[in-house]
Design a protein around this ligand. Structure first.
Ligand SMILES: [Zn+2]
Length: 288
């Protein structure tokens, strides 16, 4: 298991946006202890530039302190995506024994601390447990689940918490085929009902904009195609809300390499398709 320091980002372009005297160089001390995999974190070259940028752009002192404390031990978004992809391949192939990942040894190893390498905002659907479909174990993923993988204040707050507290650089919005919340929204738009829990309605209302736009398409797509498009539109919408609905996450994206991507899990095949927010058309993440 490789565990590396973040790839240095270009500090000069960001620093160019700042006025004289706003940037401050900070030399990062090596971490106090090896991480939980027993691999010492290097205080490698290039990291000073990243932290210089970070200190310059982010004013809340706690972010700086967090990155100083945690950042050196956290893998980049690109490597995190590759780990999830590899795990999903093991899951699909049936080459994964979950007992080791949830063993007593593992439990003991993460009891005192955690360093989840990815934050997953997924649907509550019983068939899409993030740890299983990505073949990960205790302490690997910080998972938020809500019907329809919608984004409300508590979801944003949860992502902010993990990104800040653990220095996690990757956020995945994980939707899935034939999502019941999306189907319910579609039915509500086609046949509005008066009797509905306000709480359930609050979920439908958050999905509604993604589905409404599709219903106005001409020529109208078939039912199955409409649902497929609606699922992906809803995932994109949630990812965009996380990218732009929080100044904290925006700042972490610019200054610390946080990335929000969208992915769809297929109930039929078990495959997770990362389709939104990747750096290039081939889907190869550029971030370290
Ligand atoms: Zn669902």
């Amino acid at each position: 298991m490789r565990w590396k320091s973040p790839t240095p980002r270009s500090g000069s372009s960001l620093l160019g946006l700042l006025g004289p005297g706003q940037a401050r160089r900070v030399r990062c001390p090596p971490p106090a202890s090896p991480n939980r995999f027993g691999v010492p974190d290097g205080s490698g070259h290039g990291e000073e530039a990243e932290y210089t940028t970070y200190v310059a752009v982010l004013t809340p002192k706690r972010f700086v302190a967090t990155i100083m404390r945690r950042g050196l031990s956290m893998i980049g978004a690109g490597e995190a995506i590759e780990r999830l992809r590899a795990g999903n391949r093991r899951f699909v192939a049936g080459r994964w024994d979950g007992s080791e990942m949830a063993s007593q040894t593992r439990r003991t190893a993460v009891a005192a601390d955690q360093s989840p390498f990815a934050i997953i905002l997924g649907c509550s659907d019983s068939r899409v447990p993030a740890e299983l479909v990505f073949a990960q174990g205790l302490g690997d993923l910080f998972v938020i689940r809500v019907a329809g993988n919608i984004v409300a204040a508590s979801q944003i707050g949860s992502v902010e918490f993990a990104a800040e507290q653990f220095g996690t650089r990757l956020v995945v919005v994980l939707g899935h085929s034939r999502c019941g919340a999306v189907l319910a929204t579609l039915q509500e738009l086609e046949r509005p009902t008066e009797v509905r829990s306000p709480h359930l309605r609050s979920i439908v209302e958050r999905i509604r904009p993604s589905v409404e736009a599709l219903l106005e398409m001409r020529p109208s797509p078939g039912r199955d195609e409409l649902i497929r498009h609606a699922v992906r539109a809803n995932i994109r919408a949630s990812a965009n809300q996380l990218r732009h609905g929080s100044p904290i996450l925006e700042q972490l994206s610019v200054a610390a390499g946080l990335r929000v991507v969208g992915a769809e899990y297929s109930l039929e095949t078990g495959v997770v398709d990362f389709f939104d927010g990747l750096p290039d058309a081939r889907g190869r993440p550029a971030l370290g």
